[in-house]
Design a protein around this ligand. Structure first.
Ligand SMILES: Nc1ncnc2c1ncn2[C@@H]1O[C@H](COP(=O)(O)OP(=O)(O)OP(=O)(O)O)[C@@H](O)[C@H]1O
Length: 633
C-alpha cells in the first residue's frame, strides 16, 4: 500500500476550509513509521529529494510481500491440516519401540536411493557390519601383510537413513509419507530441537485414505524383513543408564551378535537335551493355557551353577539362539541398581524372553526380616547371608556375629570394623575368580548392591505382566544361595557345569580345529610359542604369525584340511595328557587359541602349558596367602 499516495488521494482539496482540522487518519502511517523507525520521515524526504527514491513505495511492497507469505503459510497450514485430517491416516512409532529401528533399517536398505536429497549418513559398526564387509578384509592388509582395521573400516561404506523431515516412497503400489521429527518438549519449538538424532525421535507414516490398514500392512512387511535378517542373530539388552531412562524404555539394546550354535557348547549331552526339551515344552503356545488351568504361574527358572569359565553364559546365549529369544541381562552387582529399578525392569519385559541374572551369589543380598514376615517366612527358616550381625569367614562360611561374646562382653567395635573394612576392601578390589578360591571366585566379595533378597524375590515373582519369560540365574557358589531364591517355582531346573573330563576336552579340540588346513611342506617349522603366557587372543595371533611365517594366519601357505580321523587321533593324544576335573573349558580353549591353525603344536605344547599354568596358580596362591597375612596383621 502506498501510504503517501493514499494519504494524498484521501486528503481534502486545499481550500475546503478544513485546514485547521487535526491530523487525519491517512497521516498515520508515516507517523507510525516515524515512531517505529526514528528519523524515517527525514530519510524518506532526503531519499526522494536526492535520488527520487520513494521509500514509502518500497515499504508498501515489502509489507504486501510479507503479508502474502504469512497468509500463504497460514492457508497452507490450514489446508494441509484439513487434507491430513480428511484424507490421510497416520501411524506413529516411538524411538523406544523396536519398530523404529526396523523401519529405519528397512527404509535405508530398500527405499533410500542415492537420488534422495536429505539423508543421514551413519558409520556402520558391530557384528552386522563385520559380517557384511568380511569380503573386503583381503583389501585391508597393511604393507607388511597384517590386517589393518583402519584400512578396513575406511572401506566400509556408511549407512544412509532418512533425515528429519518428509520423505515419500511407494510400497505395493501405494504412496506413503514418512515423517521423522522430534517430540516437542514443553517450552521448545520443534525447529530448535531438530538436529542430531535423539531419544525423543518419532516417526509418523501417513498414507492416503481414512484407514491405517495399508500402513499396518507396510509395518508387517518391515517386521518380516527385519526378522528374516535377525534370524541368525541374538539381541542382547541391558538396563538403560539412569540418565537416559527418563526418555524412554527401561531396557536398551546393547548388541546384536550372531547366534551361538548349540553344538559349540560342550556339555553333557543328556543334560543339554534335557534343558532344551524342557524349554521347548515351556515355550510352546499351548503352555500358557496348561499353566493357567492348573493355577500355576507361567514362568520357568533355571539355575546354572559351576566354576567360572565352564559355559553358563555360553549355554544361555545358545538357548536364546535356538528359541529365537532376546536376552535381557541384569547384573545385581551394579551399585546404582535399586529395588524399584529391578521391579520396573521385570515389569517391562516382553512376553517371551530370557532374563539372565548373572552371579546371583555375588550380590551380597540381605534378607530383611520385615519382608520375610510379609512373605510368610517369619519362621526364620531361611538363613541370612549378609544380615546385620553376621559375616562370612574368608572361606565363605556364614558365622554368627553375636553382639555379645561368650563372656557376655560387647566385642571391641573398632577392631571388628577395621577387620571387616579390610576384608570388604579386599573383596571389592579382587577381580572375579581371584582370592583364595580361584576356581570358584572370591567368596569374600561383597558387591555393593541396592537390592535386598526380598526385593529380588518380589521382582522375580512380580506381577502377571512378565509371565512367559525364562529366568536363568548363574552362580559360582550355589551353596551360598538363600534357599528362598532357589526354591521350586523360582528355580525349576538346576544345571551343573563342571571342570572338563577327557570326552569334553576331545570335543573342544575337534571343534576348534575342524575345517583347519594342514601346514604345507614349505611352511617353516614352529618356534617360540611355548613362552607365551598371555590370555589375549590378539597376542596369540601375532605369535602364531611369527611361528609359521605367515603374517595373516597361515592358511594361505597351507593345503589339505585336517581330516576328522587325524583330528580324532590328535584329540585323543591331547586329552590323554590332561587330567580330568582340573581345567575349565575356558582354560583349555585359551590354550588351543594360541595355536589356532596348529593342532599338532597344541598337542606338543600342552604339557608345558600345564606346567606354566600350575606355576601361575601357585603364584596366585602365594599372593593370596601374603594378602591374608598382611590383612591379619
Ligand atoms: N562348556 C563349554 N563349551 C564351550 N565353550 C566353553 C564352555 N565353557 C566355557 N567355554 C568358553 O569359555 C569362555 C567363557 O565361558 P562362559 O562365559 O560361558 O563361562 P561362565 O561359566 O559363564 O563363566 P562365569 O561364571 O565367569 O560367568 C567362552 O569363550 C566360552 O566359549
Amino acid at each position: 500500500m502506498d501510504f503517501r499516495k493514499l494519504s494524498k488521494a484521501i486528503q481534502p482539496p486545499h481550500g475546503s476550509g478544513n485546514s485547521s482540522q487535526p491530523m487525519s487518519l491517512t497521516d498515520l502511517p508515516p507517523k507510525i513509521l516515524d515512531a517505529l523507525i526514528p528519523g524515517y520521515s527525514v530519510v524518506s524526504k532526503y531519499a526522494l529529494a536526492a535520488f527520487g527514491l520513494d521509500v514509502s513505495l518500497w515499504v508498501t511492497i515489502v509489507v504486501i510481500l510479507l503479508g502474502s507469505v504469512k497468509g500463504g503459510q497460514y492457508a497452507y497450514g490450514k489446508t494441509s491440516k484439513a487434507f491430513r485430517y480428511l484424507l490421510l491416516s497416520s501411524v506413529y512409532i516411538d524411538k523406544h519401540d523396536d519398530l523404529f529401528d526396523m523401519t529405519m533399517d528397512w527404509l535405508a536398505n530398500t527405499q533410500l536411493s542415492t537420488s534422495r536429497r536429505k539423508v543421514t549418513a551413519r558409520t556402520q559398526r558391530g557384528a552386522k557390519a563385520d559380517k557384511e564387509f568380511e569380503a573386503v578384509a583381503d583389501d585391508a592388509l597393511s604393507d607388511e601383510g597384517y590386517f589393518d582395521y583402519n584400512k578396513w573400516s575406511a572401506r566400509t561404506p556408511p549407512r544412509y537413513e532418512p533425515y528429519y523431515g518428509r520423505h515419500f516412497f511407494w510400497h505395493n503400489g501405494r504412496l506413503f509419507i514418512f515423517h521423522r521429527s522430534q517430540k516437542a518438549r514443553p517450552g521448545q519449538s520443534l525447529s530448535v530441537q531438530i538436529g542430531k538424532p535423539s531419544d525423543d525421535d518419532i516417526i509418523q507414516i501417513d498414507c492416503i485414505g481414512r484407514s491405517v490398514e495399508p500402513t499396518q500392512g507396510l509395518l508387517k512387511a518391515v517386521k518380516a524383513w527385519s526378522l528374516a535378517k535377525l534370524r541368525s542373530t541374538t539381541t542382547i539388552r541391558h538396563p538403560t543408564p539412569k540418565d537416559r531412562a527418563r526418555f524412554g524404555g527401561a531396557w536398551s539394546k546393547t548388541s546384536s551378535r550372531p547366534s551361538r550354535p548349540m553344538d559349540t557348547v560342550i556339555l553333557d549331552a543328556e543334560q543339554k537335551s534335557m534343558i532344551i526339551e524342557d524349554m521347548n515344552d515351556y515355550l510352546h503356545p499351548a503352555s500358557p493355557k496348561w499353566y493357567a488351568t492348573r493355577g500355576i504361574p507361567y514362568r520357568r527358572g533355571y539355575l546354572f551353577h559351576g566354576p567360572p569359565g565352564t559355559g553358563k553364559t555360553s549355554l544361555s546365549f545358545a538357548l536364546a539362539g535356538i528359541f529365537g529369544l532376546e536376552i535381557y541381562v541384569i547384573s545385581l552387582q551394579e551399585p546404582t541398581l535399586t529395588e524399584g529399578d529391578l521391579m520396573q525392569l521385570f515389569n517391562t519385559l516382553p512376553r517371551r524372553c530370557i532374563v539372565l541374572l548373572e552371579d546371583v551369589d555375588a550380590a551380597g543380598l540381605i534378607r530383611d526380616d520385615k519382608s520375610d514376615a510379609a512373605k510368610g517366612d517369619a519362621s526364620g527358616k531361611y538363613k541370612r547371608r549378609r544380615a546385620k550381625g553376621k559375616h562370612e569367614t574368608p572361606k565363605g562360611d556364614v558365622q554368627e556375629e553375636d553382639t555379645e561374646n561368650k563372656d557376655g562382653e560387647k566385642p571391641k567395635e573398632a577392631e571388628y570394623t577395621l577387620k571387616d573394612l579390610a576384608r570388604e576392601l579386599k573383596s571389592i578390589s579382587s577381580p572375579k575368580g581371584g582370592g583364595n578360591d580361584k576356581r570358584h571366585g572370591n567368596p569374600n566379595r561383597q558387591a555393593r548392591t541396592g537390592v535386598s533378597l526380598s526385593g529380588l524375590l518380589n521382582a522375580i515373582d512380580g506381577v502377571a505382566t512378565h509371565e512367559g519369560r525364562v529366568l536363568i540365574m548363574t552362580t559360582n557358589h550355589p551353596e551360598q544361595l538363600d534357599s528362598a531364591l532357589v526354591r521350586p517355582g523360582r528355580v525349576d531346573q538346576r544345571v551343573e557345569f563342571n571342570l572338563t573330563k577327557k570326552a569334553q576336552i576331545k570335543e573342544l579340540f575337534v571343534r576348534m580345529y575342524s575345517g583347519t588346513n594342514q601346514p604345507s611342506a614349505s611352511a617353516p617349522p614352529m618356534n617360540g610359542t611355548a613362552t607365551m603366557t598371555t590370555n589375549s587372543p590378539e597376542h596369540d595371533i601375532s605369535n602364531e604369525k611369527m611361528s609359521n611365517g605367515d603374517p595373516v594366519g597361515g592358511d594361505s601357505k597351507q593345503s589339505k584340511v585336517w581330516s576328522s580321523d587325524d583330528l580324532d587321533e590328535l584329540s585323543e593324544e591331547f586329552a590323554a595328557q590332561i587330567p580330568d576335573d582340573t581345567y575349565t573349558p575356558a582354560e583349555i580353549q585359551n590354550h588351543l587359541m594360541r595355536f589356532k591353525h596348529e593342532p599338532s603344536t597344541a598337542v606338543e605344547q600342552v604339557a608345558s602349558w600345564m606346567e606354566e599354568h600350575e606355576a601361575e596358580e601357585e603364584k596366585q596362591r602365594q599372593l593370596a596367602a601374603e594378602d591374608d597375612e598382611s590383612e591379619d596383621e
